[in-house]
Ligand binder design. Structure first.
Ligand code: GLU
Length: 458
């Protein structure tokens, strides 16, 4: 999307009183296109709560909500296996701490820039508010590319990254977790270095930890599981469910794998998933044990899955959205499903799309889905199960407790249902029943704005 003010964006229905705010965000954050888009996508939809709460405008709340509380950018030097010094850039954007400690993942990927981290942190603020749990919003990461790096290199990078990050985080301050490129292995290296530097065993400083050292059951599965549960709740409003549905999922990382697992538990059949090289089509239903072996254990290409699974086909260089399905779950990364893909999905009869990743559908794609009457669950609602379970991990750490899988999953289900209900009810109140974008944005915004108002000008 072009966010320059000369070319009006696709939607022009923004409350005119918010136009100067958008203009100022564009001017004051030059060239940060992803961040511009995230702000624009939120502000163009919050007209209903702004109309009901003129006090937000008097208190300049929208301006304050669009300004991060703190942004930290730092050098991350490390030595590779060949003895060469490498230099990466680290980020932590502490966007809004009104509802609780800053909370959000760390992403290690070459695409990471200040704009990407800021957009993700901004989204996280409202996502975390929707969980109803005491969480502020933040995000961090680095342009470090873990692909092809040895375990030793990854460990040295994580240690260098934490050597700076440790002074900014803490269980009551800012609690990072994983995201793309950061899983249990990386969190282990990060936690080890944090403990060494601070001389504190403080498990509540990071979430997504291993079970043996303060991690919570269901955290690994939570984002994917939550996304499937959210899709199920949306379908229920139409008297339908995931049972017997054909489903396509993009990605084959942590979110995708556990979205597939839960779709299968709920009686659906996932027939395709993807990685950066293409997608695999498996009409008999994705074999999860094999997928986990290829992706979680050996970290290989999906083509290896097709080589080892009779009847499966690997389609290189193509998008998974060309596979006909009744439900689509984009679980890879931002901007991966555009208007053309949305048209293909709708033509093939898709009934529901729920975002497991952060902002995978472009604004134009969302518009196509809405025009075609497809149920659409935006990421800040549909993928909030991950961070919600991080809050459950923080609860267990604070009380030095460890819950069972079933108890934790029951809490996750309850939270996803509550998120769905609050989005749906808000969409009704805004006069757009079933529009989860309107529902999620207004419901998340009002929670943050009311708390900020209560706390004065801070
Ligand atoms: N990175 C995940 C997200 O996008 C999880 C964040 C967390 O658990 O703090 O929501």
């Amino acid at each position: 999307m072009d966010t320059s003010m000369d070319t009006p964006p696709v939607f022009t229905s923004i409350d005119p009183r918010l136009e100067p705010v958008v203009e100022s965000v564009l001017r004051r954050n030059p060239a940060e296109n992803e961040f511009h888009e995230a702000v624009w996508r939120l502000l163009r939809t919050v007209g209903p709560v702004i109309r009901d709460h003129p006090e937000y405008l008097d208190a300049r709340l929208v301006e304050r909500i669009c300004e991060p509380e703190r942004q930290i950018i730092f050098r991350v030097p490390w030595t590779d296996d060949a003895g060469q010094v490498q230099v990466n850039r680290g980020y932590r954007v502490e966007f809004n701490g009104t509802l609780g400690p800053f909370k959000g993942g760390l992403r290690f990927h070459p695409s990471v820039t200040s704009s990407i981290v800021k957009f993700l942190a901004f989204e996280q603020v409202f996502k975390n508010a929707l969980t109803g749990l005491p969480l502020g919003g933040g995000k961090g990461g680095s342009d470090f590319d873990p692909k092809g790096r040895s375990e030793g290199e990854i460990m040295r990078f994580c240690q260098s990254f934490m050597t700076e990050l440790h002074r900014h985080i803490g269980e009551h301050t800012d609690v990072p977790a994983g995201d793309i490129g950061v899983g249990e292995r990386e969190l282990g290296f990060l936690f080890g270095q944090y403990r060494r530097i601070t001389n504190r065993y403080e498990p509540g400083v990071l979430t997504g930890k291993g079970l043996a050292w303060g991690g919570a059951r269901v955290r690994k599965e939570a984002t994917g599981y939550g996304c499937a549960y959210f899709a199920q709740e949306m379908m229920r409003t139409m008297g339908s469910s995931l049972n017997d549905r054909t489903v396509v999922v993009s990605g084959s990382g942590n979110v995708a794998i556990y979205a597939i697992e839960k779709v299968h538990h709920l009686g659906g059949q996932v027939v395709a998933c993807s990685d950066s090289g293409g997608y695999v089509l498996d009409r008999a239903g994705i074999d999860l044990d094999l997928l986990k072996e290829v992706k979680e254990q050996s970290r290989e290409s999906l083509s290896v899955y097709a080589d080892r699974r009779p009847g499966a086909e690997f389609v290189p260089g193509a998008k998974v959205w060309e596979v006909a399905a009744e439900v689509a779950l984009p679980c890879a990364t931002q901007g991966e499903l555009d208007a053309e893909d949305a048209v293909k999905l709708a033509d093939a009869g898709v009934q529901a799309v729920a975002e497991g990743a952060n902002m995978p559908c472009t604004i134009e794609a969302v518009e196509v889905l809405r025009d075609r009457g497809v149920l659409f669950g935006p990421g800040k609602a549909a993928n909030a199960g991950g961070v919600a379970t991080s809050a459950l991990e923080m609860q267990q750490n604070a009380s030095r407790d460890s819950w069972t899988f079933n108890h934790t999953e029951a809490r996750l289900v309850e939270i996803m249902k509550e998120i769905h209900t609050s989005c749906y009810e808000m969409s009704e109140r805004c006069g757009a029943p079933g529009d989860y974008v309107i529902g999620a944005n207004n419901a998340g915004f009002v929670k943050v704005a009311d708390a900020m108002l209560a706390m004065g000008v801070v």
